[in-house]
Design a protein around this ligand. Structure first.
Ligand code: GRF
Length: 208
């Protein structure tokens, strides 16, 4: 059974998609053992409590020394017993010490087709604002392993979503969440939990 620690910052719709997929049998061989937020106000924490999952809240503001935060987050993840860390709408920059402790065992959902509209400053609604400003006809979402960079790790799954005439950033964000994020994040977890994913020379191999 793969133990997941899910890191959140906001509404938690991606967390909910994971929990719903587990209930529906679309994710097997995995369980969420801890939900960790950097905001006490994150509705994702309510979703976790409703599901009976242990939660924790850790913010940089609690630690005058940034390295103390990094160490505290690492210890929190290690004592949770997590095999895989899932960044689900998480706005925390993952410290290098955590990336080093969980090599190819941290995944992130990004609301664009990497390498488009990603990297520092591209998160949340900003991603969709930039996609609309560029006039792309297709956008989507990406699940990737987290390495030392921002949105630079090996890509696991992607799903394309059509941009429609008149889309606002909010409308496009919702479509990308519904049609892509909430589909490929659970799918990626299911594949990893069932031993179907490996990384070779920096690229992901998905076994049949
Ligand atoms: C959304 O912008 C989503 O695209 C991104 O994180 C934000 C909130 O997601 N992955 P959630 O509802 O908290 O899962």
């Amino acid at each position: 059974m793969l133990k997941l620690a899910v890191m959140v910052s906001g509404g938690g719709t991606n967390l909910q998609a994971i929990l719903d997929a587990m209930d529906a049998g679309k994710i097997t061989n995995a369980e969420v053992v801890r939900v960790i937020s950097n905001s006490t106000k994150a509705y994702a924490l309510e979703r976790a409590k409703k599901a009976g999952i242990a939660t924790a809240c850790i913010t940089r503001k609690q630690y005058p020394d940034p390295e103390q935060f990094d160490q505290a987050l690492l210890e929190l993840l290690q004592e949770s017993g997590a095999d895989l860390v899932v960044l689900a709408g998480c706005l925390v920059v993952i410290p290098q010490c955590v990336v080093d402790a969980f090599p190819n065992r941290i995944i992130n959902i990004h609301p664009a087709l990497i390498p488009s509209f990603c990297g520092t400053g591209y998160y949340g609604l900003k991603v969709h604002e930039q996609a609309l400003a560029r006039g792309v006809r297709v956008t989507g979402a990406t699940v990737h392993f987290v390495d030392g960079g921002t949105d630079t790790g090996p890509i696991i799954l992607q799903k394309a979503v059509e941009v429609q005439q008149g889309d606002t950033p909010e409308v496009l964000q919702r479509r990308v969440m519904e049609q892509a994020e909430w589909v490929i994040l659970p799918r990626a977890i299911h594949l990893i939990a069932n031993g179907k994913v490996r990384v070779e020379d920096g690229r992901v191999i998905i076994m049949p």
